[in-house]
Design a binder for this molecule. Structure first.
Ligand code: GLA
Length: 725
């Protein structure tokens, strides 16, 4: 062994790697013999703007530091002078525990937009290929890292960040999302400090509890102004993220897959690909950030036929019937649904072999002989005959111990030898990375989709993973996610006309990766409109409204016991992908007429609501609102929800800063045909005009002074259209 020499400063001159998009710039300082140094990720710099000097020339060394200054790099690594969180933790049977990049090659994929950094550690014998692509239109950075084991022994990887991002030291707050079943996207706001901020999820699915992403804000940032940063890990399994203060005053933000012990074991030559990181920043507050994420997500959606058709109104049978689905009543409901304007009829749980409750039958994916002795064909024909598409519920990745599938193949459930099986909602998780298990599932779904014109699948996943051991005894969390993506892809390839909804006890699997294969998410099992206002607001920070499953439920709401009027329930569901989840047959005539009116209004508005921007905001007095419209702000729909009784004698106006100051707008309140019940306490002449032919108003006035709102009872909505004249 040769005696090592002290490390010296990089000899090669710095190369600045600059990626630009419309409103953001990323700058790395690359040297041939180390990992690129982070120089900048922030608002757009002018073309040609570069650092004036290499970073180390600008940083006098503090006392008692290493003589070799190590700033934040694209892949900070443990053990060779970096003391912060490492982007990689790995070893070879206890050796090669420390890594440091010894060679860096810059490979441009698209000049100024996309680059691959090939980073080799000749000592630890591994390579990290980091790909960065910055989209011009959306300002979204999509990044991932691939680790290759170049050694001739096994490399055990404990952690590999999809990317390490720099955040400026003036960031002070992180907004992330906690939650649970029936309350997803619960906003959690934490101050940033010198303590590490970390969120982890080990539930084996995206989870209700810990959304894989966050928004980091600078002081004074609001819905519409101020510098904010956002990142999301496109992954439907375990994940972790951390934000750590660094001694140069900035923060580093890492996101990646949380690997269970052994999941990162790489044979010689093997690779580990991280999920994609989707990150963006905006000088226009949370709404600016949301617009960037929405654009990126829209570019991922893989619609049958290539483009999104207007989102059809759903009827879902779950809360109307639960497991009690019998052809007679189901057909009656379909007839009643068609009469109020439903366009897609989705038969939820309860239809398959012996499925009469949640204790049995998952895995036995053929029609229950007692309920549907002649199969589903008759029902599907009835639904189609009413002009509606037919959709069907499955939960492919699950099995009940009380099922024919489990009795035949108990070994197909994820399990750990010697440990008891742990059920959740009475069910186990199938190891679908076994080809025979995924072939079985594909065969069952494919048979039904081939036999019948089923155009929609609600694909559920109703429990967390535990004892997730594969056939060889190794941890199978990661394998399970990849196998699920493969099964989605196989089914879509065989049936490209079918749309899929990602459901997981409501919103337990909502992420940018599952939405490469699916077209709608079931946002929450909670359909209480008041709860939904919060849930949908969190959701809309990352995801666009057209894939947000939003239903008009019954009153009182099944999951909260609270009662809201039809108008509020419908107005809250209206901007999403609208559905109805109640037994329409039992509505009184007035409610039925009103529901039909709301559905008609949705059909009139959906193209406006489902393309373009969404801005969200709130007033000081219990009103939260969202505005959907085109980027140029010429055609907009405002949905203002009064979620609490007013504490002001006079209702504050809603400022709409996105309106064009020099334009005039025709402002009109929209009401569905058949609306009944008094939403307003007292009126005033302006509101009579708004409800009539509309009122012409100045953009500048609405932007700064605001649009007056009627005085309204709690749990009511006001919908206003603004059209540029
Ligand atoms: C989950 C879903 C519900 C419904 C049931 C059926 O809870 O979120 O919408 O489909 O499963 O069992």
């Amino acid at each position: 062994m040769s005696v090592p020499l002290p490390v010296s400063l990089p000899s090669a001159p710095a190369e600045f790697v600059v990626l630009n998009s419309r409103r953001s710039t990323l700058v790395l300082e690359a040297h041939a013999d180390e990992a690129p140094l982070w120089r900048y990720w922030g608002p757009r710099l002018p073309d040609g703007a570069r650092p004036d000097a290499p970073l180390r020339d600008t940083r006098p060394l503090p006392s008692f530091m290493l003589d070799f200054d190590q700033p934040l790099t694209l892949v900070p690594t443990f053990g060779v002078g970096w003391f912060g969180q490492s982007a990689l933790l790995a070893h070879r049977d206890g050796l090669s525990f420390a890594q440091a990049i010894t060679a860096c090659e810059v490979e441009w994929i698209t000049p100024q937009r996309a680059v691959r950094l090939r980073l080799t550690d000749a000592v630890a014998q591994l390579r990290l290929d980091v790909t960065l692509a910055l989209d011009d239109a959306s300002d979204v950075l999509v990044a991932s890292t691939t680790l290759t084991n170049l050694g001739d022994g096994v490399l055990d990887v404990q952690w590999l960040a999809a990317l390490t991002l720099p955040l400026p030291g003036r960031c002070d707050t992180v907004r992330s999302y906690a939650g649970q079943h029936v309350h997803e996207f619960l906003l959690q706001t934490d101050p940033l400090s010198r303590s590490v901020w970390r969120r982890e999820n080990r539930r084996g699915r995206t989870s209700h509890d810990c959304f894989p992403g966050a928004v980091v804000t600078t002081p004074g940032a609001t819905d519409d102004a101020g510098l904010v940063y956002g990142a999301h890990l496109a992954w439907s399994g375990n994940h972790q993220q951390s934000i750590e203060w660094l001694h140069d005053g900035q923060y580093q933000w890492q996101l990646g897959e949380w690997l269970a012990p052994g999941e990162g074991r790489l044979a010689p030559g093997a690779t580990l690909h991280t999920p994609e990181l989707v990150a963006t920043l905006s000088n226009a507050g949370y709404n600016g950030l949301a617009a960037n994420f929405h654009t990126e997500l829209r570019s991922r959606l893989n619609w049958p036929g290539g483009t999104m058709k207007p989102r059809p109104v759903h009827l879902n049978t779950w809360e109307g019937f639960y497991f009690d689905v019998h052809p007679g009543p189901v057909k009656e409901l379909a007839t009643a649904a068609a009469a109020v304007g439903i366009e897609r009829f989705v038969l939820d749980d309860g239809w398959f072999h012996q499925r009469h409750h949640d204790r049995a039958a998952l895995g036995d994916w053929w029609p229950d002989e007692s309920k549907f002795p002649n199969g589903l064909g008759d029902l599907v024909a009835h639904v189609n005959g009413l002009g509606m598409e037919f959709g069907l519920w499955f939960e492919p990745e699950m099995v009940n111990p009380d099922s024919e599938l489990f009795r035949s193949h108990p070994d197909w459930a994820l399990q750990i030898d010697g440990r008891p099986l742990i059920t959740g909602r009475n069910q186990l998780v199938l190891d679908i990375s076994r080809p025979e298990a995924s072939d079985y599932l594909f065969g069952k779904l494919d048979a039904l989709l081939t036999e019948l014109p089923i155009r929609y699948i609600k694909w559920d996943h109703n429990r967390d993973l535990t004892t997730a051991g594969l056939a060889d005894g190794r941890a199978g969390y990661r394998a399970q996610v990849h196998a699920a993506y493969a099964l989605f892809a196989r089914l879509r390839a065989a049936h490209p006309e079918v749309e899929i909804e990602s459901c997981s006890g409501g919103g337990g699997r909502i992420d940018f990766a599952v939405l490469r294969h699916t077209h709608r998410v079931w946002t929450s099992d909670c359909i209480d409109a008041l709860s939904r206002v919060d849930i949908q607001r969190g959701y809309l920070q990352f995801f666009p409204p057209e894939v947000m499953g939003a239903h008009v439920g019954t009153a009182p709401a099944h999951t909260t016991g609270r009662t809201q009027g039809m108008a509020f329930r419908a107005a809250v569901a209206l901007p999403g992908h609208l559905g109805v989840e109640l037994d329409v047959r039992h509505l009184n005539q007035a409610d039925r007429n009103e529901l039909a009116g709301w559905i008609a209004l949705y059909k009139q508005l959906r193209e406006r609501l489902h393309h373009g921007r969404v801005w969200q905001g709130q007033t000081a007095d219990g009103v939260v609102w969202q505005l959907h419209g085109d980027e140029a702000a010429t055609d907009l729909t405002l949905l203002a929800y009064r979620i609490k009784p007013s504490t002001h004698r006079y209702t504050p106006a809603v400022r709409l800063p996105m309106l064009l100051a020099d334009a005039r707008y025709l402002v009109q309140e929209l009401q569905p045909a058949g609306a009944h019940g008094a939403a307003h306490h007292t009126s005033a002449p302006l509101f009579e005009q708004l409800r009539g032919a509309g009122v012409e108003m100045a953009g500048a006035w609405l932007a700064e002074a605001g649009l007056p709102l009627p005085r309204a009872l709690a749990e009511t909505a006001c919908i206003v259209q603004l059209r540029r004249l």
